[in-house]
Design a protein around this ligand. Structure first.
Ligand code: NAD
Ligand code: GLY
Length: 362
């Protein structure tokens, strides 16, 4: 077991730790300190269950672990699967001292977290994220949600986990496309909050892509540190501070929606969305062209898309109008003010936005 880094996340209901290290899923009794002694139910998805579910009894220091196995991907984030988790909790007669274990990617974490937020008006859950995206983003900060037929992530709650264990060794089994999608969110942290981390990513892009263990540990740790700081400043996403974590996401959600969910991975859409937001920011005078080119070069080195090719500007614009960040019908976007700085704003030219959506430089 290599060094374990611990990052504290401040939250109204109490601070919680995010542990980052290799082998965290292999420690006998490694979860015990965060359990209240009630029953435990693991929530996972088919692929992750095949690889990692048998680690849980030892982690709990128990002979076995009850589980609910969901489909892989977005399909898990449905009202039906959320209800399945809750029904299983009721069948097991779990009390308020129980805990859910969310073992998997962001989809499992989001639906399990929302079930934990609702069961008996809120019980504990532990995040055991196994994708890069989940380790650096979705497992931290307490946003839980499911999808509905009127949109993605539109039913949910803020409910912070009791602890998050990011075992970077688990990333070795992640398909390359999923791994690259997670790197988009890592790049996002450099763009919105830390230009030296951005420079580190540029200098280490090959080692990172090859999943070098030390590089991975640093990338996950630094990403979590940045997210923890921002969540601590604006836990419930009210002041605009936390919104910077949605850099590129208004475009990304429009891409995912317009292409049909599942066509683009979330991180791929975020990569293209960040490039579109950066293009707009250059047109608005907030970002230097050289920095926009650095962003594109880094995302390109990670094999990520740089534009929303094949999707019409009108379709994308219509989808952007339903974004949760909009206020009184006005589109609000996160735009970089330079490398390592960003803000939420509705102060930009709509002609420039239309040009960007049409794939042009404003
Ligand atoms: P995902 O949960 O669909 O996982 C990707 C795929 O990889 C799945 O098929 C999964 O079974 C498989 N997988 C997971 N871990 C694996 C491993 N170690 N080895 C092999 N296969 C593995 O995708 P994701 O990118 O982790 O999460 C995307 C979701 O996260 C979206 O629904 C998005 O809305 C949500 N999200 C939430 C937040 C938040 O703050 N709550 C933030 C960002 C994204
Ligand atoms: N992923 C954006 C947030 O957690 O606020």
């Amino acid at each position: 077991m290599t060094n374990i880094e611990t990052i504290e996340v401040a939250a109204a209901a109490g601070a919680y730790p995010v542990l980052v290290g290799e082998g965290l899923l292999n420690r006998p009794g490694g979860l015990k300190e965060w359990l209240r002694g009630g029953g435990v139910l693991a929530v996972t998805s088919r692929t992750v269950a095949e690889i990692y579910l048998d680690r849980l009894p030892a982690l709990l220091g128990a002979d076995e672990c009850e589980s609910v196995i969901l489909p892989d991907g977005e399909e898990a984030k449905s009202i039906g699967h959320w209800q399945r988790i809750l029904r299983r909790m009721a069948e097991l007669e779990l009390g308020r001292d129980c805990a859910l274990l969310a073992l998997g990617g962001g989809c499992v974490g989001d639906v399990a977290g929302f079930a934990a937020a609702c069961y008996h008006r809120g019980v504990d859950y532990l995040q055991l994220p196994t994708t890069l995206l989940a380790q650096v983003d979705s497992s931290v900060g307490g946003k839980t949600a499911i999808n509905t037929d009127w949109g993605k992530n539109l039913l949910g709650a803020f409910h912070q986990p009791r602890a998050v264990l990011c075992d970077t060794a688990a990333l070795s089994t992640l398909p390359q496309r999923e791994f690259a999608a997670g790197l988009a969110e890592v790049v996002k942290y450099g763009m919105v909050a830390d230009s030296s981390f951005f420079g580190w990513l540029e200098n280490n892009n090959r080692r990172l892509l090859a999943r070098d263990a030390a590089c991975l540990r640093h990338a996950v740790k630094r990403s979590v540190e940045i997210k923890a700081r921002i969540v601590g400043e604006d836990e419930h996403d009210r002041s605009g501070r936390r919104a910077v974590l949605n850099f590129g996401h208004s475009f990304a959600h429009a891409i995912e929606h317009s292409a049909g969910y599942g066509e683009w991975l979330h991180g791929e859409a975020v990569a293209a969305g960040m490039c579109m937001a950066a293009r707009l920011a250059v047109g608005e005078g907030g970002l230097r062209e050289t920095d926009r080119k650095r962003l594109e070069a880094l995302l390109s080195a990670f094999g990520l898309p740089l534009c929303a090719q094949g999707l019409g500007a009108d379709t994308l614009k219509r989808a952007m109008l339903t974004d949760k960040k909009n206020l009184k019908g006005a589109i609000r976007l996160v735009l970089p003010d330079g490398l390592g700085r960003a803000r939420l704003t509705s102060d930009f030219s709509h002609e420039s936005l239309d040009a960007v959506l049409a794939g042009q430089q404003p």
